[in-house]
Design a protein around this ligand. Structure first.
Ligand code: TMP
Length: 217
């Protein structure tokens, strides 16, 4: 059972979550440069990572390698474990005082792998990972998200409307559950125009940085 462990919350660890096409990557880039311009120490990162474990996952996502859904859940969790605890990873950067911004984290595994291999395995594999201090959840209709993604050259295995509908419903469940267990999650209406989404994201970030006293260097 997932503990949603808030005892080990990493306060300067901020995660962006949402279905494909929800804009997490765009917002991560924007936030990263915003914080850098303010002179704050930042590490911008993403899962799956560009490390060897993540590269293997990327090949599966592109359809170049076939893997059992359970294997995929293990690989995402292995990539996350290394990303957290490995040299130069999330915990090392957070301990060094950086604000770590991460495009996707364990709620992605609960939503996506929960759909492909059932809820138990991803919960077991991700249950002990520490909670981020802030999660920004970008919520929008799967139809709108898939229309945005359709312009891309190469679509990954999950980037299909019927799959995104299931992922979207799974996200709503796991976000509610995590919030109920003490995770600090701010839901952003990602259907709004980009400027409005960005303003909402900035406000949520600012409020959180004030709260953890990291608003200025
Ligand atoms: P992205 O680079 O567009 O965020 O793509 C990563 C894809 O991998 C996206 O479809 C979500 C999926 N994913 C999982 O299925 N499980 C996970 O744990 C993570 C981090 C991503």
């Amino acid at each position: 059972m997932l503990r949603f462990d808030t005892d080990s919350t990493v306060k300067n660890f901020i995660v962006l979550e949402g279905i494909d096409g929800s804009g997490t990557t765009t917002q991560l880039r924007r936030l990263s440069s915003l914080l850098e311009r303010r002179g704050l120490p930042v590490m911008a990162t993403a899962e799956p990572t560009s490390r060897p474990e993540g590269a293997l996952v990327r090949r599966i996502l592109k359809g170049e390698l076939d893997a059992d859904p359970g294997t995929v859940a293990y690989l995402f969790a292995a990539d996350r474990n290394q990303h957290l605890y490995g040299a130069g990873g999330i915990l090392a950067a957070a301990a060094a005082g950086k604000i770590v911004l991460c495009d996707r984290y364990s709620l992605s595994s609960l939503a996506y792998q929960g759909m492909t291999c059932g809820p138990e395995l991803p919960r077991r594999l991700n249950g002990e990972f520490p909670a981020p201090g802030l999660t920004l959840f970008f919520r929008l209709a799967p139809e709108v998200a898939m229309a945005r993604v359709a312009a891309r050259d190469q679509l990954e295995i999950y980037e299909k409307l019927h799959i995104q509908k299931l992922v979207s419903a799974a996200y709503d469940e796991v976000v509610a559950e995590a919030a109920g267990r003490g995770w600090n999650i701010v839901t952003i209406d990602a259907e709004k125009p980009l400027e409005e989404v960005s303003a909402r994201v900035d406000a949520a970030l600012e409020e959180y940085l004030q709260r953890i006293s990291m608003a200025s260097p």
